[in-house]
Design a protein around this ligand. Structure first.
Ligand code: CA
Ligand code: CA
Ligand code: CA
Length: 208
């Protein structure tokens, strides 16, 4: 199914063509530091609602998109927005994205509501879908308060697509799972799939 424009909604002053699903869904791992150690990390999930969790000095969190994924827009439009809602403009975060949660691409730093156009970021493959975002407190201000570090409200993929259908991690892409029944949505997916299916057919015939 293609993403329908009628789902478009505005959250925290930003329009999301894919609506609520655009936001981060799951905590993969995190470490809240210092005075912020007892914070509620789940406040970073879901739509921008001004409810935040403080990371503490050099604290970090890895989140995952599960019902969507971040991708390139193909132009200079912003693709990702990170909502930091602290009062201090000095509290910056460093932001990374990943397709698999292992190999990270640094896309920059920012504070407050900050936007990123990933098309131009070195190392980003615009054929890929990015399901993971890592946010690291960059300034490292150690105040000892429960608001220590950057105060994270939400992470949203403005350029949001359907989630990756194949969770394969180690590059074993040589076999199509027997239960594979999802219809590819885009030519960029369909073409390689057709090629693989064609090869499988030829290979199958040769073995008879
Ligand atoms: Ca989501
Ligand atoms: Ca873009
Ligand atoms: Ca929030």
């Amino acid at each position: 199914m293609l993403v329908s424009p009628v789902l478009g909604q505005t959250y925290g002053g930003v329009e999301f063509p894919s609506g609520e699903s655009s936001f981060a869904d799951e905590i993969v791992e995190y470490q809240l530091k210092g005075g912020a150690a007892d914070g509620n990390i789940s406040k970073i999930l879901g739509i921008a609602d001004r409810k935040s969790v403080s990371l503490g000095a050099y604290g970090y969190v890895v989140v995952k998109f599960t019902d969507n994924a971040l991708k390139c827009s193909g132009d200079e439009q912003n693709d990702l927005v990170v909502y930091e809602v602290g009062n201090s403009a000095q509290e910056l975060v460093e932001i990374f994205i990943s397709t698999d949660g292992n190999e990270w691409i640094r896309i920059g730093t920012g504070g407050k509501k900050c936007f990123f156009d990933i098309d131009t970021v070195e190392g980003v493959d615009c054929e890929e879908k990015y399901s993971y975002v890592k946010i690291v407190d960059y300034t490292g201000l150690n105040t000892g308060s429960s608001y220590e570090g950057a105060d994270m409200d939400a992470i949203g993929a403005i350029t949001s697509t359907n989630p990756t259908s194949n969770e394969e991690k180690s590059g074993d892409n040589s076999r199509i799972p027997s239960d594979y029944n999802e219809v590819p949505e885009f030519p960029t997916i369909a073409m390689p799939m057709l090629a693989i299916m064609g090869l499988a057919l030829i290979y199958g015939k040769k073995r008879q």
